[in-house]
Design a protein around this ligand. Structure first.
Ligand SMILES: *Cc1c(COP(=O)(O)O)cnc(C)c1O
Length: 433
C-alpha cells in the first residue's frame, strides 16, 4: 500500500515513510492510494481491539517489511486499554456510548499517540539523529503525545498549546512531564500553534539542527489506529443486531471523524456518520454551502474542538472530490455553549450519563436527530472523560466527578513549562538556544 500526498500523487511512499515524514514534502497530507475492502465476516472470532487492529491495519502496512513484521507487537502495546461500548437503557431510542477515554490521559487521542509511538520506535531503531516531535494541541493531543513518548530516549517532544484556552487539568497534563518533553504555553490560539508547526516543518534553518516530525492528526500513524474502535463498535452491533450502527462524532480537526469515514469506506458495518461541532462554523457551513472558508477559531466550552481551519478536511475532500457526493456521505450539526451546558445537565439527570463538553455536542445532536424522526441504532462517540473538564461539568450536574486513577497521578506532578510568542522566530530561537 502506498500513501500519496493530497496535493500531488507523485509523492508516493510506504507506511513507515509516511509516518516518519508526517507531512508530505509539498505541504499536502498523506492518504492511502487505495483502500482495502473488507466484509464483516472476515472478522469472525475477532472480538477485541488488538485482534481487530492487526487484521484491519495489515493491508495499510503492506509493502513495509518492518511494520508488517512488527504489527502484532505494535498493536498489543498500543491497544492495552479498552474502548467499551456501553448501552444507555434510559435513552428514548437505541443508544450506545463508545467510551474512548480509558487511556493514560483520559481522551481518545491516547489511541493514536500510543500507536504512533510504537511505530516510530521501530522505524527509528537504527537512526543516527534524535527525532523531535513537534505538536500543536488544542488541549488533549499534547498530553496524549507526551504520555506516549515520555522517557523514550530516541525522541524529544515539543508541545505548543494556547495559553489560557485549555482546561486547568488539561494544562496540568501538558506541563507535568519534564525530561524529554518541553511544553510551551503560546500567547495565541490553537490555530496559531498549528500554523507555527506547519511553518517549522518548512523552515530550512530548523531542518539543519532538528529532525522534526509531527504527531498531530496530520500524521497518518494516528489515523489508522482510530479506525480500529469504529471497526470494533460497528462489528459488535452488527453481530448483535444485524444492523449498521450510526455514529455521532465530536469534531474539531476531523481526525477522529475521518478515521470513522475511512473505516466505513473499507466496508466495515457503519451506517450514517454525523459530525457534531461546537460554535466554530467552518465545517457545518462548508457542508451547507460548498464554500470552504477557513476562519479564526472562537473559544468554546468544547475547547479541544476550537478549530477554524480543520486540516483533515483536505483528506476528506481527497476521498470525495465531488462536493455533492461528500455531502451525501456525512452530516454535521453545530452545538453552542448554552446547549452544551444544558445537555450535560439534562442527560446527567435523565440518562444517568455524565458527558465531557465535547461528548455533550454529540449527545445534543442525538436528541436533535430524534426530534427530526431519525431511527436506527446510534452510537455517541465519547472523546474524553468528564473529570478532565470538571470546572465545566460539575456546576451543571451539582456534584463532583470521580477522577480516574491515571489522571489523578498526573495531577499530582509539578508543572514545567515556558511561555512563547506565537511566531516561528520565537519557536526557532528557543529550540536552537
Ligand atoms: C481532539 C478532541 C476532539 C476533536 O477531535 P478531532 O480529531 O480533532 O476532530 C474532540 N473531543 C476531544 C475530547 C478531543 O480531545
Amino acid at each position: 500500500m502506498h500513501y500519496i500526498s493530497t496535493r500531488n500523487p507523485q509523492h508516493r511512499v510506504l507506511l513507515g515513510e509516511a509516518i516518519a515524514q508526517g507531512i508530505a514534502p509539498d505541504g499536502g497530507l498523506f492518504v492511502p492510494e487505495s483502500f482495502p475492502h473488507f466484509v464483516p465476516r472476515q472478522f469472525d472470532g475477532e472480538a477485541d481491539l488488538v485482534a481487530i487492529a492487526q487484521h484491519l491495519i495489515a493491508p495499510f502496512a503492506a509493502g513495509d517489511a518492518l511494520l508488517t513484521e512488527e504489527l502484532a507487537d505494535i498493536c498489543r502495546a498500543a491497544f492495552d486499554f479498552p474502548a467499551p461500548l456501553v448501552e444507555v437503557p434510559e435513552a428514548p431510542a437505541p443508544l450506545w456510548v463508545l467510551e474512548l477515554f480509558h487511556g493514560p490521559t483520559a481522551a481518545f487521542k491516547d489511541f493514536g499517540a500510543r500507536f504512533l509511538a510504537e511505530c516510530l520506535e521501530r522505524i527509528r531503531r537504527n537512526a543516527k539523529r534524535k527525532l523531535t516531535i513537534l505538536v500543536a494541541t488544542s488541549g488533549d493531543t499534547g498530553g496524549a503525545v507526551a504520555a506516549a513518548f515520555h522517557n523514550r530516549p530516541w525522541v524529544d517532544v515539543v508541545i505548543l498549546y494556547p495559553k489560557g484556552l485549555v482546561s486547568q487539568r488539561q494544562a496540568q497534563q501538558l506541563a507535568c512531564w519534564g525530561g524529554n518533553v518541553r511544553t510551551f504555553a503560546v500567547h495565541g490560539t490553537f490555530d496559531d500553534c498549528q500554523r507555527m508547526v506547519k511553518e517549522a516543518f518548512l523552515d530550512r534553518a530548523l531542518a539543519e539542527t532538528h529532525q522534526l516530525s509531527s504527531a498531530n492528526s496530520i500524521n497518518v500513524g494516528r489515523l489508522l489506529p482510530q479506525m480500529v474502535y469504529y471497526a470494533y463498535a460497528g462489528l459488535e452491533l452488527w453481530r448483535r443486531n444485524g444492523r449498521r450502527a450510526n455514529f455521532i462524532i465530536p469534531a474539531g480537526n476531523l481526525g477522529n471523524s475521518l478515521a470513522g469515514i475511512w473505516a466505513r469506506h473499507c466496508g466495515l458495518p457503519i451506517g450514517e456518520i454525523v459530525l457534531s461541532t461546537n460554535a466554530n462554523p467552518t465545517v457545518t457551513e462548508y457542508l451547507r454551502t460548498g464554500e470552504w472558508e477557513p476562519r479564526a477559531s472562537v473559544a468554546t466550552l468544547a475547547s479541544a474542538m476550537d478549530v477554524g481551519n480543520p486540516s483533515n478536511m483536505e483528506r476528506l475532500r481527497a476521498l470525495h472530490p465531488d462536493f455533492e457526493e461528500l455531502q451525501g456521505q456525512i452530516g454535521a450539526s453545530s452545538v453552542d455553549d448554552i446547549e452544551i451546558r444544558a445537555t450535560i445537565r439534562r442527560d446527567a439527570h435523565e440518562l444517568g450519563q455524565v458527558w465531557c463538553p465535547h461528548t455533550a455536542t454529540a449527545a445534543k445532536v442525538f436528541r436533535r436527530l430524534l426530534a427530526r424522526g431519525t431511527r436506527g441504532d446510534w452510537v455517541v462517540v465519547s472523546t474524553a472523560h468528564p473529570a478532565k473538564f470538571n470546572d465545566i461539568v460539575e456546576p451543571q450536574i451539582g456534584r463532583t466527578v470521580e477522577i480516574p486513577s491515571s489522571l489523578e497521578r498526573l495531577l499530582s506532578l509539578p508543572r514545567q513549562e515556558k511561555e512563547l510568542e506565537p511566531t516561528l522566530d520565537a519557536l526557532r530561537a528557543d529550540l536552537q538556544s
